[in-house]
Design a protein. Structure first.
Length: 64
């Protein structure tokens, strides 16, 4: 199922699919969402960009 949106709630980012179900949660502490597509999202933490799929599986990490 594709990512429809990412919302910030109660100090967490919630990855929400097209049906409205939360597929993954990520703490907002020290992180910042830098972008997302229908199949992945990226966040910045400790001078690195991490890219994950809609279920939180790590796809890529790179320095920024």
């Amino acid at each position: 199922m594709a990512i429809a949106r990412i919302e910030e709630r109660n100090h967490q980012y919630h990855v929400i699919n097209e049906k409205g179900d939360v597929t993954f949660r990520l703490s907002t502490c020290g992180t910042k969402i830098v972008g997302y597509t229908s199949s992945s999202f990226s966040y910045e933490c400790n001078y690195q960009i991490h890219t994950l799929d809609e279920h939180g599986k790590l796809l890529n990490t790179r320095a920024c």
